[in-house]
Design a protein around this ligand. Sequence first.
Ligand code: 5GP
Length: 121
Amino acid sequence: MAYDNENIFAKILRGEIPCTKVYEDDHNLAFEDINPQAPIHVLVIPKAAYVSMDDFTSSASDAEIAGFFRAVGNVARQLELASPGYRILANIGDDGMQEVDHLHVHIFGGKKLGPMLKRDA
Ligand code: 5GP
């Protein structure tokens, strides 16, 4: 899938729509999810144009990949989640139900998060 420059996170990166920023470094940005699914729900994105974790891990440099995951850990520590614990999640593609086609890792925390996946009845 080609990267679409009009996706909502590209617009956030260009400053065209606002976000509540919680972390930024030269290559990565983290901001609060607009529709939080836990008391703390933050999205971490690389500033470079990658559609998904699949795109990122096949095309990005080792330094970009290392820097991104370092940023995820930095954000979690900044949010004081390391000790109580937290969850990270990345949705990829149709089965993963990815809605925004710019790579993002969700950080969830602030309560006991329950089962990893919704169980089918
Ligand atoms: P996905 O399902 O692609 O993994 O998650 C996309 C996430 O982006 C959702 O949790 C959704 O609430 C969040 N989101 C969608 N649009 C916006 C927006 O304009 N601003 C922010 N901060 N989050 C958004």
